[in-house]
Ligand binder design. Structure first.
Ligand SMILES: [Zn+2]
Ligand SMILES: [Zn+2]
Length: 74
């Protein structure tokens, strides 16, 4: 899988580091899916339009393929 990023503050994952308030590079979803996401304030960008959340671990994501069981949020 291509590079992806996790936000150090709110735990959102995205392919694009610039979407996140404090991006940290990750190698794959095994590195974070199944772990509890950070509970900081959501990035401003993501709070507006966060499309997915993992149905198993609750991890928020910008793209569904970045989590183990993507659910589309409202
Ligand atoms: Zn998950
Ligand atoms: Zn964030």
């Amino acid at each position: 899988m291509d590079a992806l990023y996790e936000c150090r503050r709110c735990g959102v994952v995205s392919r694009f580091g610039e979407d996140l308030c404090s991006p940290r590079k990750r190698q794959g979803k095994e590195a974070y899916c199944g772990t509890a996401p950070e509970r900081g304030n959501m990035c401003d960008e993501m709070r507006e339009r966060l499309p997915f959340v993992c149905g198993i671990c609750g991890r928020p994501a910008r793209e569904g393929e970045l989590v183990c069981k993507p659910w589309i949020t409202g």
